[in-house]
Design a protein around this ligand. Sequence first.
Ligand SMILES: [Zn+2]
Length: 508
Amino acid sequence: MPQFISVSSDELFASSNDWDALIIISPDPLAVPFAAIRQALQQQAAIDKRIGQQLVLSVCDSAPGNRLLSAVVQIDAEYGDVSVYAEVAQQAIAQAQASGAKRPLLWVAANPLPQFAMALSVAALGCAQQLWLPLEAREAGHQVGISCIGLVDVPDNIAVQLTAIEAGRILARDLCATEPERMAPYAFVDYCMKSLVESDVDVSVLDDLDTLLADYPLLCAVGRASLQVERHQPRVLQLEYLPEDEVKHTLLLAGKGVIFDTGGASLKVGGGMSGMSRDKGGAAAIAGLMKTIGLLKPQGVRVVAQLGLVRNSIGSDAFVPDEIITSHAGTRVRIGNTDAEGRLVLADLLSHLRILASDAVNPQLFSVATLTSHAARAFGRHFATVPNSVALANLAPSFSHQANLQGEAATVSALSQEDFSIITDTTLAADVLSSMHLGSSMVTRGHQLAAAFIVSASGLNRHGAQSPTPLPFMHLDIAGAAIEGDPRYGKPNAIPLVTFWHYLQQLI
Ligand SMILES: [Zn+2]
């Protein structure tokens, strides 16, 4: 994995250093503050008009390893966001890697506009995102070649933090991207346990089928057709971090870990099933976050995560639309479409976290899931944040602001009375419909309906702003944001791991 190392600019020109490339990222590389590099670039610019206009790799005696990559970042001061730094950094590190560099240095010009304040971190993590290879590729012997990246004139504590964030993101990408047999529910648990073994995160796993059936009835309905195949049987993985000092805040996180989603009896057709091993991206991102937290050991915040690892298979025992199943919270749920399975998993997990919240210090609840194609249709690459009435005023804008600062773009969505009306089962045979019979992208307010269902079926509807026991809850739908490039086989990006880390930092 790439390790980030703090490097003083004095070292840039020391003959003894073993760095072998220098990447400059700036709106104006010709104004770089290092005189020897600046002069070299200006000389180059006289014969190559691309210098200062686009990414160029040039031979430069003054640069470590004689490799100089000057990358231009185009800034839109009005509507631009910091993720442009990640894009440029990805292109630059790919060129450095292709040129044979093993230990590149990265220098990013500070940007005075507040929305670009995290440019350096975003660029550094963009490099790491580019360098990640799938677990199966690494196991087959493919190598990244770049094991560390020097960050020029960046404080040591920032380099340490970025290394821990990237360690978490690697775990998240591995869990999300790996094929569904290699990362079946039991294997997901094993992989987390191995990765977290030396961290301060407690790991416990619920794998007893009788207990799962009794305590997670909706989750087990999703997994019903998988029960006959032992290696496909569901698990609930609980990860907990307890700080050494006083707990001032508690984060309670539910992650959708659908190991593979066939759609179940409402089968995905027309090629829509490929790539569905990535339907565990929410659980994967939370597991990665717990790795980062376990490494950096923040003070004052307790974090408890429950990850629902289950396969939505099809078979003679598969659950079907029209069934009515009572959730852990006691809500009678009529199944609308078995491909709307993630919300069922989350509802039971959140019901357990709701109970944990009753005696937790300043609890905040979140769910993270690749939940609806509607969210992707509505917000594109942004992930949707859907707060309950308690989280609406403060938590939602604060969290989304943090997401946008970190280059993990988010858009705040909103629940309305209409959403709860639409999902009400008017026959009285059940309390709520899990979904409409059509897929979410075919339904008006598709991702909001899913969030309304989660609030209702988890029992969080008894903890609204006007209730005696309000609980702040926000649902994060990362369906459009979780994978870079090709949604089937592109690289997971661990969103919203970085946002959560910084959100947690500013809570304290
Ligand atoms: Zn589905």
